[in-house]
Design a protein around this ligand. Structure first.
Ligand code: BO1
Ligand code: ZN
Length: 262
């Protein structure tokens, strides 16, 4: 859940909170300067093993829509790449803009994408709950995938079809048998990685980020359905479209972005 100290303004793509962030030199998202990334030949391929049967629900939490997975057992694991442990998927969600000209959280050479997918995992070798892992430097691993506008994405359509049922904040519907792997690009071996934070409160610096070089394509109409969601609950008088739910790029502050490819 979100800290009440922060309010996401639909006009400004920023969390309005007390004095920037709670003590962070390793915040996310960042701009990835492709030519400054350091190739690391020791970065292994990523291995994601997902079980569609563990998909539980889809809900509007007032800043995005989340597809949540049963993370009480090791059925959805991410390992390899820069990771020193097994990580378990708990949810995925997206960030997007009001137009196709912006919407992603990360940027590549200052280039914005219309949306960005985040697959959120926690270190299940060392911790027993997300809430415990979120406090630790090696606690979380998030895969970021850029979305571009092009042809309709067949895998995404099942999600898009569920969105009208969760238009308002705090609405939730059952959602079963969705394979998160269908949202990954064909090549997951090429990625950038760096250490950063959650991009919404609690903004803890607990995330190994893996941002995919390859994007996925979705149609303008599919993104239009994302934009028909609301930040507001059914009770509120003035309804606000869920758009521009991204945080702006944060300073790199001496961190190195590594790449798995040349
Ligand atoms: S993100 O991937 O950096 N945009 C991101 C930001 C915030 C969260 C997750 C990913 N928040 C947490 C909530 C927890 C919740 C967890 C898993 O997501 O703080 O309350 O359990 O859904
Ligand atoms: Zn996110």
């Amino acid at each position: 859940a979100c800290s009440s100290k922060y309010v996401l303004s639909p006009m400004h793509p920023m969390w309005q909170g007390p004095l920037e962030v709670p003590g962070g030199d390793h915040q996310s998202p960042i701009d990835i300067a492709a030519r400054k990334a350091v190739y690391d030949w020791q970065l292994k391929p990523l291995v994601a093993t997902y079980d569609p049967q563990t998909c539980q629900q889809i809900w509007n939490n007032g800043y995005s829509f989340l597809v949540e997975y049963d993370d009480t057992t090791d059925k959805n694991t991410l390992k390899g790449g820069p990771l020193q442990a097994n990580f378990r998927l708990c949810q995925f969600h997206f960030h997007w803009g009001e137009s196709n000209d912006w919407g992603s959280e990360h940027t590549v050479d200052r280039r914005l994408f219309p949306a960005e997918l985040h697959l959120v995992h926690w270190n299940s070798d060392r911790y027993s709950l997300f809430e415990e892992a979120v406090m630790e430097e090696d606690g979380l691993a998030v895969i970021g995938v850029f979305l571009k506008v092009g042809k309709r994405h067949e895998g995404l359509q099942k999600l898009v079809d569920a969105l009208p049922a969760i238009r308002h904040k705090d609405s939730l519907v059952e959602f079963n048998r969705f394979d998160p792997a269908c949202l990954l690009p064909a090549n997951i071996d090429d990625y950038w990685t760096y250490h950063g934070s959650l991009t919404t409160p609690p903004l803890t610096e607990s995330v190994t980020w893996m941002v995919m070089k390859q994007h996925i394509e979705v149609s303008h109409d599919q993104l239009a359905v994302f934009r028909s969601l609301l930040f507001t609950s059914a009770e509120e008088e003035v309804q606000k479209s869920m758009v521009n739910n991204f945080r702006v790029q944060q300073p790199l502050r001496g961190r190195t972005v590594r790449s798995s490819f040349t």
